[in-house]
Design a protein around this ligand. Structure first.
Ligand SMILES: *[C@@H]1O[C@H](CO)[C@@H](O)[C@H](O)[C@H]1NC(C)=O
Ligand SMILES: *[C@@H]1O[C@H](CO)[C@@H](O)[C@H](O)[C@H]1NC(C)=O
Length: 460
């Protein structure tokens, strides 16, 4: 009797143990092998990602009817990344850059090593007065980023340094394309490719719990690129229609308190997003658009930039619709004396023409920089923007700008005259025309100089 009971008990225990083992094997294998803290980290991150999606879809729905400018893609994009890569990306932000043999420190710039190490760097010497340009590419943003970089090198005569932050699986694509550029363009460029990263070390680790990596990368540039004095940050949906020397020259106009420069989000209060809908503080009357941003990293490092942003994030995270752009707006609401504001012609968007033309400066000067927010370079909502983008996409570096690029832009624009943004076609062509005239003048002068130098024909 007693033996039978012990036997039954034994069988029960064996079955229970078996059930437990089976259960453990079927739970997330990742979770088993991590410490409790890591598990917690992962859950926090995952929950944040889920929160992001929900917010995205709620906000995205009504934003579509309003005149929002900011493309919230970076938030969405992280959802398309396979789980393994996501985790990989988060690990990376711990600062374990393990690409030792491939790693090149930014030492060519001034020999220091404490900043973020590049995964790859083209091996050239960047002169001190180079123009630095930074872009963050995640998800499917590689093609447009490359066209953006092409537009930058096309018109600019100073040496350029690209700081490209890209998800691991995109990095090779950048190298393959950039290294394929014609030598006379490639020789004007230095480029660094970095993992999407957070600053490493001690108590800063919690940043990775607060921010989604891709959407917030630019906020950390001052802390990561410790050897860089200043740079132009652009979203991937940007096209330069003029030399970068133009926008870069605003740095010289900064007074002693200014450390960044941006364009307003809107020109027109009736169509403004922030003034009508924002539930958090923002800059000025109509807010700021963050698609094109001059950042004096030296000054940002000396300021309260990062600690403030973290505080604002904690305070307003449930009221923020456009991620990092909103945080930047909150910051300059409290520190307006630190901001230099440039005009809408330096960040020209479909919002400036979709109802009526509201950017006077662009009507006069043409757009210096075009911003295809809400994917208008790729979809058919604003055919004029797509027309310009397509012409840059087709253009090959080295082909004639006047007779190939400009002609192509004009031809593509012909079909868009009836659309709201196609009515003022010169906005998209004027700066390219000015550049091309300027280059032809310069060439003519150079030819004349050569002629003068030639010895006269000997008399017969
Ligand atoms: C950025 O600020 C620092 C410190 O004020 C200054 O030395 C540097 O020239 C500035 N950089 C640019 C590009 O204006
Ligand atoms: C710099 O310019 C900003 C914007 O006009 C202004 O608010 C700030 O007071 C200026 N700083 C100094 C030191 O003049």
């Amino acid at each position: 009797m007693r033996r039978r009971m012990i036997f039954k008990l034994g069988v029960t225990v064996v079955i229970a143990v078996a059930v437990i083992i089976v259960y453990i094997q079927h739970t997330d294998p990742d979770l088993q092998h991590q410490g409790e803290d890591e598990v917690k980290d992962k859950l926090v991150v995952e929950r944040k990602q889920v929160d992001g999606v929900q917010k995205e879809s709620i906000d995205g729905a009504d934003k579509e009817h309003m005149t929002s400018n900011k493309d919230s893609e970076p938030l969405k994009k992280s959802e398309n990344i396979p789980e393994s890569d996501k985790h990989h990306g988060i690990e990376k932000s711990n600062g374990n850059q393990s690409h030792s043999e491939d790693s090149v420190v930014n030492k060519k710039i001034n020999g220091k090593t404490k900043g973020l190490k590049a995964v790859y760097s083209s091996s050239q010497f960047a002169p001190k007065d180079s123009i630095h340009l930074s872009v963050v590419a995640c998800g499917d943003r590689t093609p447009e980023s490359l066209i953006l970089l092409k537009s930058a090198v096309l018109f600019t005569s100073k040496h350029l340094v690209f700081h490209i932050f890209a998800e691991t699986q995109l990095q090779k694509g950048f190298r393959d394309q950039l290294d394929f550029w014609p030598a006379d363009f490639l020789s004007k460029v230095d480029y660094f490719i970095y993992d999407i990263s957070f600053p490493s070390g001690g108590k800063t680790d919690h940043w990775k719990e607060l921010f989604k990596p891709c959407a917030s990368q630019r906020l950390f540039l001052p802390t990561l690129l410790t050897d860089v004095d200043a740079l132009i940050y652009v979203d991937t949906d940007i096209l330069f229609l003029s030399p970068l020397e133009g926008i870069w020259s605003f740095f010289q106009l900064f007074n002693s308190t200014q450390l960044a420069a941006l364009a307003p989000e809107h020109e027109d209060a009736a169509a403004g997003w922030y003034n009508r809908f924002a539930r958090h503080p923002y800059y000025g009357n109509l807010g700021l658009n963050s698609g094109v941003m001059l950042m004096n990293l030296t000054r940002l490092r000396e300021s309260v930039w990062l600690p403030s942003l973290i505080e604002y994030y904690k305070e307003y995270k449930l009221k923020i619709a456009w991620g990092d752009q909103d945080l930047i707006n909150i910051y300059f609401h409290y520190f307006p004396e630190q901001l230099y504001v440039f005009g809408c012609d330096w960040n020209y968007r479909a919002d400036h023409c979709m109802y009526m033309s509201v950017c006077r400066a662009a009507e006069t000067n043409g757009a210096y920089i075009l911003h295809g927010s809400r994917r208008v370079f790729l979809n058919d909502k604003q055919p004029a923007f797509k027309a310009v983008y397509d012409a840059f996409k087709e253009h090959r570096l080295g082909d004639d700008i006047q007779y190939k690029l400009l002609v192509q832009i004009e031809r593509n624009l012909e079909g868009t005259i009836k659309s709201s943004c196609g009515q003022h076609g010169h906005i998209y062509t004027k700066q390219v025309q000015i550049y091309s005239n300027h280059m032809r003048e310069a060439e003519k002068k150079a030819r004349e100089k050569m002629k003068d130098k030639k010895p006269p024909h000997p008399p017969r």
